[in-house]
Write a protein that binds this ligand. Structure first.
Ligand code: TUI
Length: 311
């Protein structure tokens, strides 16, 4: 078995079937271009950023790479509708979506020739996405950073693979070649990786954020906000522990929780603010111990996966 020629590499004309996660506030043009130049699919995160900023980011990425890259649309964002149109206007090759059902945009994207790869946390949504014309799906397990579903990568990926004809990428808990090899054993034809790229040279987050990822142990990610309906996995810090205990003992109401976390991702990414910042990261952070260039990360991951799968 080879990990470097799949329906995903054929579909997108990329060397390695690896997407860089569309991490809000984090995944901008420099990171996306570095991943695309290394042979993966770099992705610019829409998050809740203004459209003019995102147009600049897309154009900046075009100036830094002649390879395909994607844009992630966070469907709960108020900018989702405008961004859905911007990717068409700018001729972006690939759209990934998160935190919702992108069904209403699908026809316009397909007509414009944009490849559509939604993130799905369940078999039911995966099937709906296939029916509405998705080119592939990303089955994302609860090991992922940020906003998560409940099912694990190990359980979700093979069930989505069995239910669909289109190719499936695995996400959640993948940060080395063993994770890629395991994903392929589950039937995936590619992977999406977020947390590993936080600790890349090209990732522009505050040094405190990178240090938290590098220093994290296996037990250092926690999920907060389940009671708001938007559970988020992040690094265990004084702030996230305060949120978690307020959530479990009832001293913070869901409304107060929303107020406390409003803007908290920006405070983590730009200011490294340990008092009020949410440092989103996946459960695999404990395995990441070194900052490297994206190219080295990707090449080492695939070389390890190939060697494991050839045994
Ligand atoms: O979207 C993510 N990860 C994210 S988004 C984000 S920003 C945010 N800010 C405030 C509240 C929530 C998020 C930080 N991290 N990953 C992809 C993902 N999509 N995970 C789970 C889902 C998902 C959940 C429900 C996708 C579809 C879905 O559908 C529900 C429906 O409408 O059927």
């Amino acid at each position: 078995m080879t990990t470097t020629k799949t329906r995903i590499t054929d579909l997108l004309g990329i060397k390695y079937p690896i997407f860089q996660g569309g991490m809000a506030w984090i995944a901008e043009s420099k990171l996306a271009a570095a991943v695309s130049n290394a042979g993966g699919l770099g992705i610019i995160a829409g998050g809740s950023a203004p459209i003019d900023y995102l147009r600049e980011q897309i154009r900046a990425a075009k100036s830094m790479t002649d390879k395909p890259f994607g844009v992630n649309i966070m469907l709960m964002s108020p900018n989702a509708e405008d961004l859905a149109q911007l990717v068409i206007d700018e001729g972006v090759a690939v759209v990934t979506t998160g935190a919702g059902n992108p069904g209403k945009f699908m026809a316009a994207w397909k007509e414009a020739g944009v490849k559509v790869v939604p993130v799905v946390p369940s078999v039911a949504l995966a099937k709906r996405m296939e029916r509405s014309g998705a080119d592939a799906v990303i089955a994302e397990g609860t090991e992922s950073g940020g906003h998560i579903g409940e099912n694990t990568t190990m359980c979700l990926v093979p069930q989505v693979v069995d239910a669909l004809e289109i190719p499936v990428l695995a996400a959640g808990g993948i940060a080395d070649g063993r994770g890629i090899a395991a994903s392929f054993m589950l039937g995936a034809e590619g992977v999406q990786v977020g947390t590993r790229f936080l600790a890349s040279e090209e990732c522009v987050i505050h040094p405190t954020y990178k240090e938290l990822v590098i220093k994290a142990k296996d037990t250092d990610s926690i999920v907060t906000g389940r009671y708001t309906g938007h559970p988020c996995r992040n690094v265990r810090t004084k702030f996230s522990k305060k949120l978690a205990s307020g959530e479990s003992n009832g001293s913070i109401t869901p409304d107060e929780f929303e107020q406390l976390t409003l803007g908290s991702l920006r405070k983590a990414v730009q200011d490294g603010n340990l008092e009020e910042g949410s440092f989103l990261c996946g459960a695999i952070a404990g395995m990441i111990n070194e900052v490297k260039p994206c190219k080295d990360i990707i090449e080492e991951m695939f070389s390890q996966a190939e060697s494991l799968l050839s045994k």
